[in-house]
Write a protein that binds this ligand. Sequence first.
Ligand SMILES: Nc1ncnc2c1ncn2[C@@H]1O[C@H](COP(=O)(O)OP(=O)(O)OP(=O)(O)O)[C@@H](O)[C@H]1O
Ligand SMILES: [Mg+2]
Length: 226
Amino acid sequence: MTLLVATEVSKSYADGEHSIDILQHVNLSLSAGEHVAIIGSSGSGKSTLLHILGGLDVPSSGTVIFQNHNLVTSSDTQNAKLRNTDIGFIYQFHHLLPEFNAMENVAMPLLIGGSSKSNAYAKAQQLLIDVGLGQRLKHFPNQLSGGERQRVAIARALINEPALLLADEPTGNLDDETGEEIYHLLDSLKTKYAFAAVVVTHDLRLAQKLDTQYRLIKGRLTQGSV
Ligand SMILES: Nc1ncnc2c1ncn2[C@@H]1O[C@H](COP(=O)(O)OP(=O)(O)OP(=O)(O)O)[C@@H](O)[C@H]1O
Ligand SMILES: [Mg+2]
């Protein structure tokens, strides 16, 4: 089953009289449960593409269809609702809320969605156990290591059991070994939570562990081994 289809997606920014082309005619199709890697050098447009795929940004032209919703023409409110329930986002620098502990951070999307506290905290606790942090439920972000914070961010992204996980260099600021653990973790969680993923990375070795590899060069996306 096809989950996400981006067709002829282009993105340019006006720069005085000129325009800078960031993405050019990008096509990407993602099946349910498929995990794809996008690699590319700094500035090649990876984050821009990921934001467009998640409805956080709009392309200059082209369409993005996610589960029969056109993310380009839907309102910000509709897209925000979809992101809360069906799309999980992992940022390069985790973006955890410093004044909330691990369990509260993970529960936040459910609480925002109107879930009861008891349900949200029970699910958050289970997810933290699933990512190996059952002993760190009440720790605040500044009391966690970089890899642990990234695990909390993964738990938060999965709490609504989204069909799609978008991860922007989730291992970018971790050492090789911790980065590899995060990839193994995503792979093992896939069995329980059945999500498709688009993972942006600089790391060829980690990219090869996923089902499909794409390379973004100067705004053009090509599929193929890396
Ligand atoms: N709001 C904006 N206005 C103008 N140019 C922008 C804007 N946002 C991004 N860009 C430009 O788009 C290009 C791609 O940016 P993007 O963040 O997608 O790159 P990236 O591949 O994620 O890089 P990195 O690996 O460093 O995170 C960059 O050259 C950047 O300067
Ligand atoms: Mg980026």
